[in-house]
Design a binder for this molecule. Sequence first.
Ligand code: EPU
Length: 425
Amino acid sequence: MLKINWWKKLSGVVKISGSKNAALPIIWACLLLRGKIILNNMPKIKDVETFLDIISEIWAKYSWKENSLSLDTKNLKSNKLNYEKIKKVRASIFLLSPILLYFWNINIPFPGWCNIGKRPIDSHLNSLKSIGFDYKYVWENIEISWKLEEWDKIINSGFSVSATENSLIANVLRKWKTILKNVAIEPHVMNLVDLLRKAWADIKIRYSHEIIIKWVEKLSSDFEFDIVSDYIESGTFMVLWALASEKYLDIKNARIWDLYSFIKKLEESGVKTENLWWDTLRVYRCENIKAVDIQTNIFPGFPTDLQSSFAILQTQANGMSKVHEVLFEWRLNWFVELEKMWVKLALLNPHEAIIFWPNKLVPAVVNSWDLRAGMAMVIAWLITEWETSVTQIQYIYRWYEDFVEKLQNLWADIEDTSQPMTHIL
Ligand code: EPU
C-alpha cells in the first residue's frame, strides 16, 4: 500500500526512464541476433525481470551494469519454455514469433480479457497464418505450428502495436519480401525497427503506415543499442507538474516530439511549457485549468495510455470536459475510483465519459485498476489535501521504474508501506 501525506508542492528535475513497451519486444528480438548485445537505458522493472527469467531458461545469459543490460543469445538451447512464467506477462503472448522460431510448435493459453478490455489477437494470428503458421483452439489454449512459407507476402497489421512487432520479428529472416500494411508507428515500434536495422535487417518505412522487409540471411550482433525513453511516463509527469509543482519542474528525456498531440492538449488547457535544451521540457504550474475534451487515437494521436493521467487534470478544470477512449472498452472503468474521491462525472457508455466541475478531491482508499490508472491515482493523491492511500500498487511497480524514489526526490511525502513480497506477481 502507498501512503501519501499532506500535500506538498514539488520541485526539482526528473529523468524519464527507458520505455517498457520498447524494452520487452526488443529483448524478444535479441533472441534472433544470436550474439552479444548491450541494451542501454533499460528500465529495471518487474516485467523486464520476468522476461529475463523466461529467456534464461533457454540459456540466454544476461548481466546488469546500472541500466545497461548485457545479453548473450549465442548459445540458446531449445529447452521447454516455462509457460507459467509466460502467462504472467501479457506481452509475451503477443510476441509469439521468436518463440516459434525456436520451437516450431507451441501451445499457449488464450490471452483473454484484461482490466482495460478485450485484448483480441486476430491480427496476430491472421498475419502469422499468412506466412505458414497453423493454429487451432484446444479448450482455452491455442495450439500453433509453423512451416515457414518462402514467398512474397502482404500482411495487414491492423494498426496494432504488438501485431506489428510480431510481424517484424517473424519476417525479418524470412526469405522473399514482406509488405506490412497498416502498421503501428508508435515510438516503441520504431525503436524495435532501429534495433533490427542496426543488426543489418533490410527494413524500409513508407509514409502510409507501410513497412517493407527484404530477406537477409543473418542478423549481426556485438553492438550497443539505446532503449527509447518512455513517452508515457513523461506525459504522466507533465500532468503532475502542471498540478503539483511549486512553480515549474523540468523533465529530462521528455520525448517532446512524440508527445506533440498530448502537449497541444495540455497547452489548450492553459498549461505553459517551454522547450529548454535537447529534449528537456519545463512545465509550469497552472492555477486556471480550462476544460478540454480528448479523444484517444493511434500514434501520433493522443495516446490511450495517457488518458487516465489527463483525466486528473480534467477533474481540476473550471468547466465540463469529455473523455473519449476509442481503443479499449474497459479503460474508463477506473472512473469508479474517481467517484470514491467525490469527482462528479457521468459515464455515457463504455467509451465516453463527462467530467463535471468544480471538483475538490477528497481522500479515499482507492485501487489501481491497471498500471496507468494506478499512476493517475498517485497524481490524484498528490493533489489531495489529506492523507490518502492506494492498494494493489503492484501494477505500478511492474512498469514504472523507481517511481516512489523519483517522487521522494521531488519532495513528495510518499511512502510505500507494503512488504516487499507483495510486489511479486
Ligand atoms: N486489436 C484488434 N485485434 C488485434 C489486436 C488489436 O482488434 O489482433 C485492437 C485492440 O482491441 C485495440 C487496438 O487494436 O482496440 C489497439 O491494440 P494494440 O494491439 O495496438 O495494443 P497492444 O499491442 O495489445 C500496446 C501496448 C499497450 C497500449 C496499446 C495501444 C504493449 C506491450 N502494450 O498493446 O500498453 O495501450 O499498444 O497503444 O506494447 C500500457 O502500456 O499501459 C498498455 C496497455
